[in-house]
Design a protein around this ligand. Structure first.
Ligand SMILES: Nc1ncnc2c1ncn2[C@@H]1O[C@H](COP(=O)(O)OP(=O)(O)O)[C@@H](O)[C@H]1O
Ligand SMILES: [Mg+2]
Length: 241
């Protein structure tokens, strides 16, 4: 198991039989999910299905009651979010996770705790998102929603992650802005980054994801190519209304 091909075959993220919840409330009832190296996987489904909880398990914020979490083939159950972040697991949480009372540059500086050079982080962020350069002295809380997501992604990318997880990037944003954000995500994917995308609806991720899963009531209900999953999801939403 030393060849490059073997290394590439080890999934970046592997969740096996994950059960997890909050206190005595069970939310995930045996979730299996794999993100292979260089793959973009979409986890879709309605509000309350357990998508963010799945992400919390994968990022070490919640310890599963059973099942196994593997990052690059290593079992990491119970490893702290901090350590996982340093091992390359990066999250853009629902609600963006930026510091609203700090400027754009200060937010980027806060992302360098892992040892990355501020100058490099800032250069890379500004090259990827010129809008952030124009606004480097602006308080992050006064940025538009789309710009806040750009900042949040820049912060996540500062650590050169092996796995980037995005939780409802599109929430509250206009379709054109969402399209712009996902064109950046597609660019990250072309550069070989492995990405787990969480969204309620499939539309935004259709052009970006390699495969998709629908989560319902704490279980993976369906898996398949994004286009097929989008159709199933659309029918399910229509059926609900
Ligand atoms: N901190 C929490 N404490 C208790 N229950 C929670 C907490 N966060 C989420 N839940 C519950 O877990 C279930 C799944 O939530 P979540 O994973 O956020 O779903 P999704 O991201 O798919 O909308 C919901 O029923 C929600 O109310
Ligand atoms: Mg959520």
């Amino acid at each position: 198991m030393t060849g490059a091909a073997d290394v590439a075959a080890v999934p970046v993220l592997e969740l096996v039989g994950i059960r997890a919840g909050y206190g005595t409330i069970d939310v995930l009832h045996g979730v299996d999910l794999t993100v292979h190296s260089g793959q973009v996987v979409a986890l879709l489904g309605p509000n309350g299905a357990g998508k963010s909880t799945t992400l919390a398990v994968a990022s070490g914020q919640i310890r599963p009651t059973s099942g196994s979490v593997k990052i690059l083939g290593r079992e990491v159950n119970g490893v702290s979010p901090d350590k996982l972040a340093r091992a390359g697991v990066c999250t853009v949480p629902e609600g963006r996770g930026i510091f609203p009372n700090l400027t754009v540059s200060e937010n980027l500086r806060m992302a360098t705790y892992s040892g990355a050079k501020f100058k490099d982080v800032q250069e890379r962020a500004f090259a990827q998102f010129p809008r952030l350069k124009e606004r480097h002295n602006q308080l992050a809380g006064t940025l538009s929603g789309g710009e806040q997501q750009m900042l949040s992604m820049s912060r996540a990318l500062a650590t050169n992650p092996a796995l980037l997880m995005l939780d409802e990037l599109s929430m509250g944003l206009a379709p054109l802005i969402v399209e712009e954000l996902y064109s950046h995500v597609a660019e990250f994917a072309r550069q070989g980054l492995s990405i787990l995308i969480i969204e309620q609806f499939a539309q935004a991720v259709l052009g970006v994801a390699d495969s998709a899963h629908i989560m319902l009531h704490g279980r993976i209900d369906r898996s398949g190519p994004p286009k097929e999953i989008a159709e199933i999801l659309a029918a399910a939403y229509l059926g609900m209304s």
